[in-house]
Design a protein around this ligand. Structure first.
Ligand SMILES: NC(=O)c1ccc[n+]([C@@H]2O[C@H](COP(=O)([O-])OP(=O)(O)OC[C@H]3O[C@@H](n4cnc5c(N)ncnc54)[C@H](O)[C@@H]3O)[C@@H](O)[C@H]2O)c1
Ligand SMILES: O=C(O)[C@H](O)COP(=O)(O)O
Length: 530
């Protein structure tokens, strides 16, 4: 059945067409996102949800979305999506991180010009027939200092435009390197210095616990008298009540506000202040940006729902459409190795080390790690998948590490899982050949070569004569058909393992029968999703 997507916010018709062209059914209900009860009532029908900022993807909504696999944000900010809740339910959250950056940067620059020359107030006054030529005395931007808080995609574009306007640019961003700043012709400074030096301040950070209220009364007190502040990022970055006070006192000469603490902002004390320029969250609203984000989100969501390719996900490693065919068998292999360990290990797992050997080390190992951890946790949490696995492992205090190394054996490449519990260590390795089928190549350090089947018996025994015959007889007696039988041992007369691919699941009574054979240490039925 074709996957089905709901578009619950205003999106360019391009998105709808792309979904259809790619074999995805789509319902375009652009006002539904604003009605959370209506949305909650229908969400269980959809595999995908395409949104902008009006739809709030809460834990409750995700809880009701039984089939949901992906949330696609046509835009940048995902503070309207409960990402931990989505991850826990295995729902991929993706955005379009660059599609509206230029447009938003231009909006911030437009705000800067509007503030410098009082454009909205001058417009109102002129249209009212007042011709107040002496009232509006602006300031030049040239040679003024612009302070950019958050110099990522949008902040950097604003910086380049401001440099072009011959402004001096100072930026505060913990992830901005001094070299990159130099390259852009700007100066990297700490926040107090930026506050002290800037004539204009523009915000371009995400809204996080660390950035919430970054502009409050204490911050404003450190700024120049007559500073102008622009916010085209997120409402919660500014404590609006503190800004209103500072505007009224004249400490802040003007503010350009596109985003508000509460949206939609139908009323605000900011609206009564002449030196404030407001727009209704229009940062991304240009024809170009809306085409970009609609096209990107529809392509990304379709690629995921139809082909399993992942791009721009915030809670899962990317898998490009090109690498998906090569990676997919190894993703399955990693999941199977995890599932093997998850089924044979009874104690709580403390540590997982995933070794990528040879050509596998050059692949997208983050995706393989997520798959291995998902397989491992599946016996405990049925709903786990590659999205939720890392978070679930973290919540359970499981340490995960990756090792990449050059080819070290006869195989071009393989994946090995080393797992530690409080009492013991366990390891399993596997690879895929050209037939793309997963195979176990080593279990507990014992070499073998076993194709993986849906139902397998895992037997450990002492290496003594007659074991194969005894196991075969017991299975025959219980009418269990053997598809494949693989053996290995650590040394003559030492520990041995048998891994037997059987046609049907084996009943507990048969396992008991096997365990009663002298020399058998354990017999378990394992199941794998192929
Ligand atoms: N008004 C709109 O319509 C509109 C449109 C697009 C984006 N946005 C918003 O703009 C913001 C920036 O988007 P972007 O694409 O540039 O994001 P980005 O991730 O590329 O850049 C954000 C930068 O903020 C920095 N940062 C994080 N915490 C910081 C802190 N405490 N202090 C200083 N810097 C910090 C990061 O290091 C990063 O470089 C986001 O909040 C996004 O939601 C708004
Ligand atoms: O984060 C974003 O991309 C912007 O805030 C745009 O939001 P919008 O899509 O609701 O206009």
């Amino acid at each position: 059945m074709a996957p089905r997507v709901l578009v619950s916010d205003q999106l360019s018709p391009t998105a709808v067409q792309i979904f259809k062209d790619r074999g995805v059914e789509v319902d375009y209900l652009p006002d539904l996102g604003k009605d959370k009860d209506e949305l909650l009532a229908v969400i269980d029908k959809y595999d995908g949800l395409a949104i902008r900022s009006a739809t709030k993807v809460t834990e409750k909504l995700i809880g009701a979305a039984a089939k949901l696999k992906v949330v696609g944000r046509a835009g940048i900010g995902v503070d309207n999506v409960d990402i931990p809740a989505a991850s826990r339910r295995g729902v991929v959250v993706m955005n379009t991180p660059f599609g509206n950056s230029i447009t938003t940067a231009e909006h911030a620059v437009a705000m800067m010009f509007a503030l410098a020359r009082d454009l909205p107030a001058a417009d109102r006054s002129t249209k009212a027939g007042k011709w107040e030529k002496n009232r509006f005395l602006g300031v030049e931007l040239t040679a003024k200092t612009l302070g950019i808080v958050g110099c990522g995609n949008i902040g950097s574009i604003v910086a380049s435009r401001a440099v072009g306007l011959r402004m001096k640019v100072v930026a505060f961003d913990p992830f901005l390197s001094a070299e990159r700043a130099l390259e852009m012709g700007i100066e990297k400074v700490e926040l107090p210095e930026l506050f002290r030096r800037a004539d204009f301040i523009t915000l371009h950070t995400p809204l996080t616990d660390r950035t919430r209220g970054i502009i409050d009364a204490a911050a404003i007190a450190q700024m120049k008298d007559g500073v102008r502040i622009i916010n085209c990022a997120r409402g919660g970055l500014i404590v609006e009540a503190d800004l209103v006070e500072a505007l009224k006192s004249g400490k802040v000469a003007g503010a350009g506000i596109d985003v508000f603490e509460t949206e939609p902002a139908k009323e605000s004390p900011l609206f009564d202040i002449e030196t404030v320029v407001c727009t209704p969250h229009l940062g991304a609203s240009t024809e170009e940006a809306q085409e970009n984000v609609a096209l990107q989100v529809a392509e990304q969501m379709s690629d995921y729902l139809v082909h399993g390719a992942v791009s721009n996900a915030l809670n899962m490693p990317s898998i490009t459409a090109e690498e998906a065919p090569i990676l997919t068998p190894f993703v399955k292999l990693a999941e199977i190795l995890g599932a093997f360990v998850g089924q044979v290990t009874e104690d709580p797992i403390k540590e997982i080390e995933i070794v990528f050997d040879g050509n596998v080390a050059a692949m997208n190992t983050r995706a393989l790690t997520s798959a291995a951890v998902a397989g491992l946790l599946k016996p405990l949490v049925q709903t786990v998948n590659m999205v939720s696995a890392p978070l679930m492992a973290k919540e359970r205090g499981i340490r995960i590490s990756e090792v990449r190394r050059d080819k070290s054996g006869i195989f071009d490449g393989y994946v090995m899982l080393n797992v530690k519990t409080e009492r013991m260590a366990r390891s399993v390795a596997g690879t895929c050949f050209a037939d793309r089928k997963p195979r176990f190549i080593q279990i507990k350090g014992i070499n073998l070569e076993a194709e993986v089947g849906r139902h397998m018996l895992y037997i450990t025994n002492r290496d003594v004569p007659g074991m194969i015959g005894a196991i075969g007889t017991a299975l025959g007696r219980n009418r269990v058909n053997i598809a494949n039988f693989h053996l290995g041992r650590d040394r003559e007369g030492g520990d041995a393992i048998a891994i037997i691919y059987v046609d049907e699941p084996v009943a507990e009574a048969v396992l008991q029968d096997l365990r009663s054979i002298d020399g058998i240490v354990q017999a378990k039925l394992l199941s794998f999703e192929l």
